[in-house]
Design a protein around this ligand. Structure first.
Ligand code: EPZ
Length: 418
């Protein structure tokens, strides 16, 4: 088992280039099955979730290599309409292969993705959207099979702006006959990146980034080369790492406008943030001020994927802060681990009340999911002494060798096998 050993209490300093966005690369890799041939997709980070996606693509008939950050993908021989259960189980977001495979092959079988550490992770909006486009769905013994002779455009209203459902429907609709309109669509930047990738392939999509996306079906798509946008959640994580260590760092390859909500909160808490093109300079010279109320919400609201990391930052603040989590019902699992480090956090009815001002104490803590794990690393960077974070396979799903990136910023962190 691998753990992170962190000698905390040292301000971060230095410069770091931000990795490509996991949550843009995953749907883009899935969307590549909509055309036959050779793709080159650049700035794809080395993550467990990416490895699983590449394994799934190989299982359905594609060939895929990941060299120097570029995925060299040949989808000519994609022909197997079944996503292996053991791979579905490793990555819930493989559900958004259903749309593109259904559009390409007319059939796809997946195992019903289970819940995960942060909540139930329902897929009803995916199923309703694909049904509206003409898919016939059969469920048996935990497997779901989608079939269609021809997908047809439809008007689809999402009762919740689900990121994955928006992406799945977009990818199924690009080869459908007619026009599809998605109302109450998710507006995340990763959806805009997917639109740009698909339009480069010859699709006709407009409106991504707004709550209404219109897709006009086309007969076929072509292969392309494409570079994935930077990861806004990784950017936010390092911004908060500077905040919890009172450090001074520079992040390059960023898109600051993807982080407006966090930048506003961090500046209100006293963090200095200077922006020049794709460069963010972050300076935190004193303990943060509290922030009275954060509510996680769909983009452009405060992102749920930065909630745990912000909670560590606010547990050091002068005063009391409140964070309300509205996206995932199980996304406070890091609270108990932070309490073991001395944080004073009370959870009630989906809100965490964080009484700041405590120095965190180094100890052994356990990552329960990807972003909770990243938050515990931030806590370890802040706490004097040696913090050990176990179950770091969760962290490897979303951060490319986090310890090496943090070492580049002067952190004393190492990956230890025990
Ligand atoms: C995407 O997950 C991201 N993952 C998540 O990032 C992110 O937290 C989430 O969007 C919200 O921003 C990827 O892009 C690979 P949703 P997704 O569908 O698509 C409910 C990370 O840390 N819902 O917007 O699964 C669902 O239960 C990961 O990188 C339904 O009810 O998120 C949840 O409560 C974690 N029915 C809420 O919507 C559905 O059919 C948000 O889910 C689908 C979702």
């Amino acid at each position: 088992m691998e753990t992170f050993a962190i000698e905390g209490g040292k301000p971060l300093s230095g410069s770091l280039r931000i990795q490509g966005a996991k949550n843009a690369a995953l749907p883009i890799l899935a969307a590549a099955v909509l055309a036959e041939g050779q793709f080159y997709i650049y700035d794809v980070p080395y993550l467990k979730d990416i490895d699983v996606m590449l394994e799934i693509l190989r299982e359905i008939g594609a060939s895929a290599k990941h060299v120097d950050g570029c995925v060299d993908l040949d989808t000519s021989s994609v022909s197997v309409p079944v996503i292996p259960e053991h791979l579905m189980g490793q990555m819930r977001s493989s559900i958004f292969l259903a749309g593109p495979l259904l559009a390409r092959l007319g059939e796809v079988t997946i195992s019903r993705p289970g819940g995960c550490d942060i909540g139930e992770r329902r897929i009803d909006l995916h199923l309703a959207g694909l049904t509206a486009l003409g898919a016939k769905i059969e469920e048996a013994e935990g497997y779901i099979t989608f079939r269609t002779k021809q997908l047809r455009g439809a008007n689809i209203f999402l009762s919740f702006p689900s990121v994955g459902a928006t992406e799945n429907i977009m990818m199924a609709a690009v080869l459908a006959k007619g026009t599809t309109r998605i109302c109450n669509a998710a507006r995340e930047p990763e959806i805009v990146d997917l639109q740009n990738f698909l339009n480069a392939m010859g699709a006709r999509i407009r409106g991504a980034g707004t709550d209404t996306i219109e897709i006009t079906g086309v007969p076929r798509l072509r292969t392309v080369s494409y570079r994935v946008i930077p990861d806004r959640i990784v950017t936010g994580t390092f911004l908060l790492a500077a905040g919890v260590t009172q450090g001074h760092i520079e992040l390059t390859n960023t898109i600051p406008e993807h982080l407006t909500a966090l930048i506003e909160v961090a500046r209100s808490c006293g963090v200095e943030i200077k922006i020049r093109h794709d460069i963010m300079e972050i300076k935190s010279m004193s303990r943060p001020r509290a922030y009275d109320r954060i509510i996680t919400s769909p983009y452009p609201g405060f992102p749920t994927d930065l909630q745990a990391q912000l909670m560590v930052f606010l547990s050091l603040a002068k005063g009391t802060s409140v964070i309300k989590e509205t996206i995932f019902e199980g996304r406070f699992k890091h609270v108990n681990e932070l309490a073991r480090m001395g944080a004073s956090i009370y959870v009630d009815l989906g809100s965490a009340i964080i009484r700041g001002g405590n120095k965190l104490t180094a100890t052994h803590v356990e990552a329960t999911d990807l972003r909770a794990g990243a938050a515990l690393v931030l806590a370890g960077l802040s706490a004097e002494g040696t913090t050990c974070v176990s179950q770091i396979h969760h962290i490897d799903r979303g951060y490319e060798r986090l310890e090496l990136q943090l070492q580049q910023l002067g952190a004393d962190i190492s990956r230890v096998s025990i």
